[in-house]
Design a binder for this molecule. Sequence first.
Ligand code: SF4
Length: 168
Amino acid sequence: MQPVLVSACLLGRPVRFDGTHRQANSAILLRWLSEGRVVPACPEMAGGLPVPRPAAEIIRGIRGAQVRAGVARVLTQSGDDVSAAFVAGARQALALAQAHGIRIAVLKDGSPSCGSTNVHDGTFTGTRVAGMGVTALLLREAGVQVFSELQFAKADAALKALERSAVK
Ligand code: SF4
């Protein structure tokens, strides 16, 4: 059975920066849970950040690739540089995915770690720009198909395609 990596906050775990969660209301997720195929991950906590923690954004609307290359930063609103924790968390998420043979992930969009279609633009004004968070990007570059919490149906279709190809 193909496992799926899922953001811990989408599973109801209160791991977000403000101590809340974003439990996903998804019949597909409930089925995955009953099948025992869900592997939870919170990259920011894995990277050593506490709950609660200051909100952080990728600065200047740039992408995770630049963060990983050391030419961009993830900062809190007060200017603390938390890039190292974000990169460490991303690497741990990738190691977890590789240890479980994971090829599909559903991650919370908009997050500087987990965002897969958009992230906040670094101005701390609630403005989003197209782009990926550090973890989502690292996973995608490693060949993991990354979906947002609005794409459970797509993720499930990809999962079924993978499982069909595995039995051929
Ligand atoms: Fe953790 Fe990702 Fe959820 Fe942020 S979006 S709380 S890093 S699992």
